[in-house]
Design a protein around this ligand. Structure first.
Ligand code: COA
Ligand code: ZN
Length: 321
């Protein structure tokens, strides 16, 4: 059974996009619940400017309040040196740095050119150093940008090469606004794995155009074993027009479990956590499994079907109709 690694992003990618502020203690309780679900990694929050992302302005308090589960890595999004210093003070396991491979999206999201971002992230990597904290770099719009359009794969590989030279542990290819499609995902994943076999590669899909599960299958075919997903399918980038939710964790795990992959996840526990989301955020989520149940959550045969069956069984004329 092939082992896959699931990484939860709802409390970062999801909550950064919610209109109402989710109380710190509610965030902590949810993360503590998620810690029991079997994730390889949880992206707890982000150490961005509170003006840019007010929903996550309580990052320190959340990190201080959670109960860490051995075996689960706790990562946070870090945009700059200031964010890295704040995050390092909280005992993170990994810093997830972010830049976009598209120039207009990088300027819109981070207010810098890509070159400026790269220079700044190089500085961040220097601050984190070679200590116990790992570095991952999330490359936004790796499969297309809502302003620029297609991003050439060579361009994505070029930025990865730059970060590999700085010795980062991992890179995440982010489909920020759901522009990826399966054959493209397979080709780029194969290219990245072929060129950088030592790199820990994560794929991060949004379901904006309904292709997230199909894209996951394409990535699996290319040998990818690590996926970001968001409880209830929450998520979206506030600086990308038309962005919407990540691939939904329970929908993804449900599919992978059926296919015989070892996700390490307790699906029932994930579904129970997802069921509590609407009351927390004040609206429904796009989760399909929460609505429909698991594939073999069967329903009782309605009474009228039973009695109809008996009638049909007793009457040969009706049976023929
Ligand atoms: N933590 C806390 N405060 C920060 C900060 C950080 N990591 N980075 C910057 N700030 C503060 C500065 O102190 C300054 O505060 P002041 O106005 O009170 O003096 C203010 O934010 C602006 O700082 P500046 O250096 O001019 O940055 P900026 O306004 O160009 O913002 C980013 C740069 C990257 C920090 C900001 O755009 C950001 O956090 N964006 C969020 C990106 C994101 O997470 N997107 C979604 C996920 S992909
Ligand atoms: Zn995202």
């Amino acid at each position: 059974m092939k082992r896959l690694y699931m990484q939860e992003v709802a409390t970062r990618d999801g909550f950064q996009n919610e209109r109402t502020f989710i109380e710190t203690e509610d965030k902590i309780a949810l993360i503590d619940e998620l810690s029991q679900c079997g994730y390889a990694r949880i992206e707890v929050t982000s150490f961005t400017s509170p003006k840019a992302i007010p929903a996550l302005r309580d990052a320190e308090a959340v990190m201080a309040g959670i109960r860490r589960q051995p075996g689960v890595e706790y990562t946070v999004l870090v945009p700059n040196v200031r964010g890295a210093e704040r995050a390092l003070g909280c005992g993170i396991d990994e810093a997830n740095l972010v830049m976009s491979v598209s120039e207009p999206h990088n300027r819109s999201n981070l207010r810098m050119t890509r070159e400026q971002s790269f220079a700044q992230l190089k500085e961040v990597i220097g601050v984190i150093g070679r200590g116990p904290v790992a570095v991952n770099v999330s490359l936004s719009t790796a499969f297309g940008c809502p302003m620029q359009g297609d991003v050439p794969p060579e361009e994505v590989l070029r930025w990865i090469e730059g970060f590999v030279a700085l010795d980062v542990r991992g890179v995440t290819l982010c489909d920020t606004t759901g522009m990826a499609y399966p054959s493209q995902v397979q080709a780029l994943s194969e290219a990245v794995r072929g060129r950088f076999p030592q790199l820990q590669l994560t794929l991060h899909f949004h379901n904006t155009r309904g292709m997230a599960l199909a894209n996951t299958l394409a990535a699996l075919q290319a040998g990818v074993d690590r996926f970001d997903a968001s409880l209830g399918g929450l998520g979206g980038c506030p600086y990308a027009p038309g962005a919407s939710g990540n691939v939904c964790t329970e929908d993804l795990v449900h599919m992978l479990d059926l296919m015989g992959y070892d996700t390490g996840m307790d699906l029932d526990r994930v579904i129970a956590a997802s069921a509590r989301l609407p009351s927390l955020i004040g609206h429904d989520t796009p989760s399909q499994i929460l609505r429909a149940g698991k594939r073999l959550d069967l329903h009782p045969i309605p009474e009228h079907v039973n009695s109809l069956g008996q009638q049909i069984g007793n009457n040969p004329t009706e049976r023929r109709q």
